[in-house]
Design a protein around this ligand. Sequence first.
Ligand SMILES: [Zn+2]
Length: 428
Amino acid sequence: MNVLFTNVRIIDGTGAAPFAGEVLVQGNRVARVAHGGRLPPMAGVMVIDGAGATLMPGMTEAHTHFAWNNAATLDGIQLMPLEEHVLWTAGVAKTYLDHGWTSCVGAATAKPRLDVVVRNAINDGLIPGPRYLAASQEITVAGALGDDTLPHLPFPEFSFGQVVSGPEEMRKCVRMFLKYDVDSIKLNLSGDNFVPGAPAKTAWMSDEEVAIAVRETKLRDKRVSVHARSCESVKQALRHGCEVIYHASYSDDEALDMLEAQKEKIFVAPGLSVIVRLLYEGSEWGIDRKKATAMGYEEELEAVEKSLRAMHKRGVRVLPGGDYGFAWARHGENAKDLQYLVKYAGMTPMEALLSATKHGGEIMMKSDELGQLREGFLADILLVDGDPLADLSILANRDKLLAIMKDGVFHKEPELRASRTRWSLPAA
Ligand SMILES: [Zn+2]
């Protein structure tokens, strides 16, 4: 189908100021981006009169967990039986598209093949969902985030992650996930204030384990992403060539220098939702301000803000997304991250928007054809009621997304309005 968006205000995702114009989609690509006036009338084109609405690239979520089930504990996710879990995960994929996320980067799943199966179902057209890079489970070590076995219940099935010990077990585990055809391997390098016994500032994996994981992964041309809150874990990730760094809360000057030195290669997604929500809105989940502070969230928020502002100044790509799918930050609320990036990373609204669009195309490994409204680029497009640059919260409200297009096909078609024409079928 060919579609002409006319009478729209275009934010093209290049960083250019918004401009009035028209965008023509032919097949699954953007065929024309025109400033101002009208393209000559064309036969066989669906014309959508945007009535001044904003047209922008679809957004990319850089740290997605389709399999998280909005539970308040890791157990609540892990103990969901497989059959229900598959259906849940497939449903979540649609939720992301419903909220304007046309691409998502899997950051870990809860059972070995969940992410892969859902990605394949999306690609096969079996279920609706964003473009998706499927992740492994979290790979961890004894006692660290993701090891949930108990002394009297040493069953790996209870664990959120896959627990390995030593390079050979790591190699075996990584190869298993690569066999299952994941797009990325996830390593838990640091602890996390959410779990007792492994706080955020600690590091857990040996260099030998990380090195072999990265080597095996790169042999297959895949990517390693890491849970890295502590300073040492950020440095460890960079020493070994891990490309996607999640959290990076505690980054000292040396870590910042290392991040900057690799800024063309790496991506940082802080995943602020857990910290921000538990610190300010956790009471409902049994974590009041006092408890959240005792868990270290106040201190971590201060640290991550400092780290992010420094990274952003140094030109490190910081992306939205992260750890939605818990009770306090449910799937679909992800666009609040754009406001967090303004507040905590010091971005302008335009920079926050670019982090979700232009940089999104880059982290999806399609920088030459995704994340911008440019001729020849893939047609992942949002028609937005209002100006997101004046108010980023618009993007967190799915009702403001008048149309959602992925790969040239409407996931959400603009509604026909009687009084104000937003939509019309032209003469054939
Ligand atoms: Zn996560």
